[in-house]
Design a protein around this ligand. Structure first.
Ligand code: FE2
Length: 204
């Protein structure tokens, strides 16, 4: 599956979950939220470790990608705060609404601005490869998650996956910092970018 279709399918799934959240009440609301949280954590993880590092290289997609990282940080903060909620009280509901609005804005910007720009900056094969990489990373994460939840207590598993999310975003930040400082730490993405640049040059 190409990167755009994969990410769009994720977006549709989250939209569906948000509409379920609206109609659910009481503890059921919290259960729907847990699904939204799991989906968004997986989605932001594959974007930040695979998709965005590639997209921050070309000039056309750089700025929007940097913005997308920041939007993810806001979403993650809200997910964390909502995750601490024991009941869907008024404050929790208000925060959940803000989360939904943030996600909707982010999805709209990705699909209407970032994806078309990426489409122009990358070849069909590159978009396909990014999709495959994200798909297998998603499967790997899901496999690890399911083996963990069957072997450990729920809270322990959640804690572990939260710290993993943190380390993933730290890795992405490191990649970004490396990019800014021009260091060798993002060797993978700069390798990709240099092959990208030469590909671009040859197309021009
Ligand atoms: Fe995203």
């Amino acid at each position: 599956m190409d990167a755009f279709n994969l990410l769009k399918a994720d977006h549709r799934k989250v939209e569906e979950l948000f509409s379920q959240l609206e109609s659910a009440s009481g503890q059921a609301k919290l259960r729907v939220f847990e699904q939204i949280k799991a989906e968004l954590e997986l989605h932001t993880h594959i974007e930040e470790t695979i998709f965005y590092p590639a997209l921050e290289e070309p000039k056309q997609t750089h700025e929007l990608t940097m913005e997308a990282y920041e939007e993810h940080d806001v979403v993650k903060k809200l997910l964390k705060e909502l995750g601490r909620g024991k009941s869907a009280n008024e404050e929790w509901e208000a925060k959940a609404k803000v989360l939904q609005e943030n996600v909707e804005h982010h999805v709209e910007e990705e699909e209407n601005e970032l994806f078309p720009k990426a489409q122009a900056a990358f070849s069909t094969e590159e978009i396909e490869t990014l999709g495959e990489q994200m798909e297998s990373e998603k499967e790997r994460k899901l496999r690890r998650g399911s083996s963990k939840s069957s072997s450990s207590k729920k809270s322990g598993g959640a804690k572990k996956s939260a710290s993993k999310t943190k380390s993933a975003s730290t890795a992405a930040k490191r990649a970004r910092a490396g990019k800014k400082g021009g260091s060798k730490s993002s060797s993978k993405s700069s390798k990709r970018s240099s092959s990208k640049k030469s590909a671009k040059k040859s197309r021009r």
